[in-house]
Write a protein that binds this ligand. Structure first.
Ligand SMILES: Cc1ncc(COP(=O)(O)O)c(C=O)c1O
Length: 416
């Protein structure tokens, strides 16, 4: 790294002294010689998560199959147990959240249950900026009902600012709409949608609404039940630090516990009946019925430690620090970089209530700049065509590191 000292360092140091979460950094493994600002893509390994992985490995070693029922945390109820812990972070009741599947599988699973086209009401309302996998899954769900995605999947257009406008989404909640499915935070711009307002508007029109919360879970407080969200799903490997490809979560509002899973499997059976090996499906009473298969226990194990650390820090405090970090980053970019080099701009909305956990910086040669940052040990990410995403994460990043990122950006452009 070529920028050990940063401009604006004094202010950063003051903020680091203020940071009520600063003690958490030492509980993470920070890749050596790097400033890691990519927690919006893959969160880092905590020592807590490492311990829970090692404990499960030991259980496998010592107990073999006995780990399913006799592990310190019996493997058999991993989905329910971690679901109930996660529920505390998203404003849901324990049985409304289950730890299972992957983001894309959970989209298929829940859209499969909530998308019931009938007569005029046959269209899914989504947006053109959503993550590709979400759009592929929605198209697939339309197609398997023998409907045409050209007609039955409407994607709300973004404005010239590459952001979505809640009012125009609501205007498109017309009588043909059978389901609304949106991201909570847009993966490129970092725009946070007003989930409460959108859910209220959908409920008024009798349309079920679901959210992909992959880019907000662990970064932003949610009140899913209070907001009347019908269903939601999110991964555990970004701000929740659950590990590469770790399983995901899904939420179903308790008022829908009468719905059946579209992809039933034996792990969705009532727990106490699962080993009766019945040919008939007796679905679990809560969101557990949307489980499909035997969970990957090794892949699940770090999520336990990772969730503990997030719960200990507290989601409201995480959000407070996150907003200070992203606010400081945006201010530094504006005053030190963008004011000098007009080809840069910030795509993320400036209001704190409209941004998630990262800042999206744009530049026509973003990919080249991203690569040059990488050679300086600054880990961000690039999303085509022109976006560098920078995510200062409250649990392990510092304000001083934010300065270093801006210094490195200046250094890169000055050398160009
Ligand atoms: C918003 C969003 N949706 C879906 C996915 C795909 O997730 P998975 O590969 O776990 O299904 C991602 C992955 O980063 C994502 O960010």
């Amino acid at each position: 790294m070529d920028t050990p000292y940063c401009h604006g360092r004094k202010e950063a140091e003051e903020l680091d002294r203020w940071n009520p979460l600063s003690n958490f950094r030492s509980r993470f493994h920070i890749p050596p010689d790097t400033v890691y600002m990519d927690g919006n893509s893959l969160g880092l390994l905590s020592k807590d998560a490492e311990r829970s992985i090692l404990r499960v490995l030991d259980e496998w070693k010592d107990l073999g199959i006995g780990g399913w029922m006799n592990g310190e945390q019996p493997w058999f109820v991993t989905g329910e147990r971690l679901g109930a812990r996660m529920a505390l972070l998203v404003g849901a009741a324990g049985p409304e959240v289950i730890f299972t599947g992957t983001t894309t599988i959970n989209i298929h699973q829940l859209v499969g249950s909530f998308y019931n086209p009938s007569g005029e009401r046959s269209v899914i309302l989504a947006d053109e900026l959503n993550f590709p996998s979400d759009l592929y899954a929605l198209e697939g769900q339309v197609r398997i009902r023998n409907l045409d995605p050209e007609k039955h999947l409407v994607r709300v257009k973004a404005g010239k600012d590459r952001l979505l406008d809640e009012e125009s989404i609501i205007k498109q909640m017309t009588p043909e709409i059978a389901l609304v499915f949106l991201p909570s935070v847009l993966y490129r711009s970092g725009q946070l949608l007003d989930m409460e307002k959108l859910s209220a508007a959908a409920a008024e029109r009798g349309i079920p609404i679901g959210f992909d919360c992959s880019h907000s879970a662990g970064a932003v407080p949610h009140y899913l039940s209070k907001w009347g969200v019908d269903f939601a799903l999110w991964c555990s490997y970004k701000y929740l630090n659950g590990g590469p490809g770790a399983p995901a979560f899904l939420y179903v509002n308790h008022k829908h516990f009468n719905l059946l899973p579209s992809l039933p499997g034996w792990f969705g059976q009532q727990k106490e009946r699962q080993f009766e090996m019945l040919p008939s499906f007796f679905p679990a009473s809560g969101a557990g019925r949307w489980q499909i298969s035997t969970p990957c226990i090794l892949g699940s194990s770090p999520v336990e430690g990772a969730l503990n650390i997030t719960l200990e820090a507290g989601i409201e405090r995480i959000r407070e620090v996150s907003l200070r970090l992203t606010g400081f980053l945006a201010d530094s970019l504006n005053t030190r970089l963008i004011s000098e080099y007009g080809e840069f701009s910030i795509l993320t909305p400036s209001g704190p209530h409209r941004r998630g956990g990262h800042i999206a910086l744009t530049h026509p040669q973003a990919e080249d700049i991203y690569n040059k940052l990488l050679t300086r040990g600054i880990i961000t990410d690039f999303r085509p065509p022109d976006i560098i995403r920078i995510a200062p994460v409250p649990l392990y990043n510092t304000f001083t590191e934010v300065c270093q990122v801006v210094d490195s950006l200046l250094n890169v452009v000055e050398k160009r």
